[in-house]
Ligand binder design. Sequence first.
Ligand code: VGL
Ligand code: ZN
Length: 337
Amino acid sequence: MDACFSAFDKDGDGFLNIEEFDGICKGLFRNDRGIVYSLDTNTLEHIFNIFDTKKDGLIDRQEFTMCWNKWIKTIIRPVNIFLIIDVQNDFISGSLNISNCSAQQNGLEVIEPINRLLDTVNFDSVFYSYDWHPTDHISFIENLNLRPLDPSSPVNVETAQLYDTVVFEGSPKIKQRLWPKHCVQDSWGAQLYKDLKVVDNAMKIYKGTISDVDSYSVFWDNKKLTQTTLGTQLSQLNATDIYVCGLAYDVCVGATAADALSIGYRTILIDDCCRGVNLNDIEKTKNSVIKNHGVIVQSNEVKTMVEGRDRRPELGYKLALEIEKSMKKDIEKDKFN
Ligand code: VGL
Ligand code: ZN
């Protein structure tokens, strides 16, 4: 760390000014071929200001220690999690075969690139999620008669069609998209597709297990009332980077990526390992990941990123923003102590 500080303190005054800090960023944010990713001036200044905790326009050795431990170390050596979402029979060739949905995509096409990643990339941990519903689940159109609809529902029991959104009675009311009966617990349709490779020490997460609430994200149900074990498991692993992929792109993958970002994880969505339901919603999913400082990559970019040899500025900025948030929280805490 000291050597790094001295090497970038070009004028040798014992401080890093913003130009010197820019030098560090140019060293950090580059790919495996040494091509430097540009960092726009505003972002650079924002990151610099986060680590310039004394706000004197310079980063001293003490400030740099924090920057090194909380930021640079993670950028160079991330803890990488691979999260494979709902690659189950029903979405590929069963009752919710996504090729029957408007985007007409083929879920089978994710198997090969996902298997290739499992064979070639050394993730710290691999998680597989299962959509795992009881037979009386609220999302099944077959169960529409089990629960009363609210008068505000845009469609009623007689007119409701597959993929429509209805509103069920309740306090609060429950908005729900209607799907064909799928991924029923312990059924064939809920099994992972047979050709998907399952690694040793795989972690499995089951979601959508409660009858009265659907669950798209692998972290929380759609009303954020219940959590899976994923959140605790990731923090026990000191996870920093979450690579998400699977089915369906604009439903469970999108919701999971959004939650991963909101919790504060550096989140990478692997585009060619996802297939979805609706093209418009897939586009919205991508835009929201980018807006929230995640990145979208193709599977052939993953290996060097996992190895810390291709380091993306978006993820560096995301981490800096999280560090800023936690420092602000600490300041608030101190006020009360
Ligand atoms: C999913 C629709 C209904 C998914 C789950 O895994 O994306 N989609 N349930
Ligand atoms: Zn489902």
